[in-house]
Design a protein around this ligand. Structure first.
Ligand code: ARG
Length: 493
């Protein structure tokens, strides 16, 4: 009987959901932790070495934490979110090569600054760009939300904004843009790794870096300033710098650039080795894959539950005129969720709704995608309910069954079967949509590929690997749904 089959399904799904939610519930709030946020694609200040974030900023804060008997946790997120993370209390400090600016000072407090830096222009070796004036009308790349971005926007034109500097440089190397405006130290690193590009000898603006701390934490700010002064006095600061830069401020230990003379096959093999084998980089993909699956799976279940309830309320209202208030609430839910992009919803849930509570990011993502998907599932199921012939309801009622019973055991099982293909579609979309999780520093599959890309400065293989993984999952999912569809068909009578 389809009714029973479908009840079993629901029970199994609910059980799974409870299990997963309980496993994501444990949060990282213990005393004695110092949470630092950064964008780890900014050598020599912050970058990945294996799975560890190192660099001048990271080492500096690690030392500050140690001297104050705190355990350091470093989180990697988009640069345009680090200040917000500090402001909303998601993190204690942002150390990310952040330039001190008047606008930023309105949002957060800065520690004493620890280094001077410049914005410089990187061009291809054969470029005819010689300075800011000759850049007008050319394609200029910047890292989104940085002072380089602001400079170009205000003084030259609207730039092409990339998620990180490495991506902008990769686009420059392949000729997609003509110049990159970037901070001098990472610019040196990129130029040392890429044969075809150079830095123009003038600085656009000179700036100073400092760390950002919430305005509501003056004691923390004082602690940072005190410890930094101590580290400067006893030579620790210089020692940290010397780990990454030589006396002239040039990067140390630049990995060998892939030799261009090698054949295509050889280059592919080398690239495979650096992207996946070296430093066990494949682990970013595997771990990211697991997180993506966990989030998608739980969100699908949550979306199904929400969507199911909403659809039932709305159809009951349509057919019987009952549940006015509930129907109204459902209507608002559908309008809001379907009217706003899921990335924005994810950010709102993370920064605003769970703004001041310490909650697992996986849980945040599950809630965001579950709530989002629920709205679409609701309409899918409702269309399924409406597609069931109205004679079915009448037949049920004339047999003496109540509205609820007829709905549950006659209408819904048929509706469910009808909408299975559309639901499958929704699951596939959801799975791929989770790729925006990187916005809240979750290391899902896409972010895993990004991390590899930021370490190897190679875009091709990491992106292809990520794309293939999604593709394989979607193909498997489609097969599963097909099986389910067939088994429901057999169950027909
Ligand atoms: N100094 C620039 C700014 O504050 C760029 C910093 C980018 N930092 C990073 N970790 N990607 O806007």
């Amino acid at each position: 009987m389809p009714g029973i089959l479908y009840k079993k399904w629901l029970a199994v799904m609910l059980a799974f959901m409870a299990l997963f939610l309980s496993s994501c519930g444990e949060n990282e709030s213990e005393r004695g932790k110092l949470i630092m946020v950064t964008t780890a694609t900014f050598p020599p200040y912050e970058f990945y070495q294996g799975s560890r974030i190192v660099g001048i900023d990271a080492d500096m804060v690690r030392e500050i934490a140690k001297r104050n008997d705190l355990e350091l946790v470093i989180e990697d997120m988009a640069f345009d979110s680090v200040i917000a993370a500090v402001q909303t209390g998601k993190a204690d400090v942002a150390a990310s090569g952040i330039t001190v600016t008047e606008d930023r000072k309105k949002q957060i407090d800065f520690t004493t600054s620890y280094v001077k830096s410049d914005q410089v222009i990187i061009v291809r070796k054969d470029s005819d760009i010689v300075g800011p004036e000759t850049m007008r009308g050319k394609r200029i790349g910047v890292q989104h939300g940085t002072t380089g971005d602001m400079y170009v926007t205000e003084n030259i034109q609207d730039p092409e904004r990339f998620q990180d500097g490495a991506l902008a440089v990769a686009s420059l190397v392949t000729g997609k843009i003509d110049a990159v405006v970037l901070d001098s130290a990472p610019a040196e690193e990129h130029v040392a790794r890429n044969k075809g590009i150079r830095i123009l000898p003038m600085a656009l603006v000179s700036e100073e870096y400092a760390m950002a701390i919430s305005k509501s934490r003056p004691e923390l700010l004082a602690m940072f300033n005190r410890t930094m002064a101590g580290m400067k006095a006893d030579g620790t600061m210089d020692a940290i710098w010397a780990r990454y830069l030589d006396k002239d401020g040039k990067p140390l230990a630049v990995p060998a650039v892939l030799a261009e003379e090698k054949g295509l096959w050889q280059r592919m093999q080398d690239s495979f080795r650096t992207n996946f084998v070296k430093d066990n980089r494949w682990r970013y993909l595997v771990n990211g894959f697991l997180i993506t699956i966990e989030i998608s799976f739980c969100a699908v279940l949550m979306g199904l539950c929400i969507g199911f309830l909403v659809a039932v309320v709305r159809s009951a209202h349509d057919q019987t005129g009952r549940y006015k208030v509930l129907n109204f609430l459902c209507h608002i839910y559908l309008t809001v969720v379907r009217g706003t992009p899921v990335v924005v919803q994810l950010l709102i849930i993370y920064f605003v709704i769970f703004g001041s509570v310490d909650v697992s990011k996986v849980l945040v993502a599950i809630v965001a995608f579950g709530v989002n998907s629920g709205a679409y599932v609701a309409e899918i199921i409702r269309s399924g309910i409406m597609a069931v012939d109205s004679g079915q309801m009448e037949a049920g009622r004339s047999l003496g069954l109540s509205y609820g019973t007829t709905m549950r055991s006659v209408i819904l099982p048929q509706a469910f079967k009808n909408v299975l293909p559309a639901l499958g579609n929704e699951f596939i979309v959801l799975l791929k949509e989770t790729s925006v999780c990187g916005y809240i520093a979750l290391q899902d599959l896409t972010k895993g590929g990004d991390i590899i890309r930021s370490q190897t400065y190679d875009a091709f293989l990491p992106l292809i690997a990520v794309a293939l993984t999604y593709l394989v999952v979607v193909v498997c999912l489609s097969q599963l749904l097909k099986k389910l569809e067939n088994s429901l068909k057999k169950n027909e009578r």
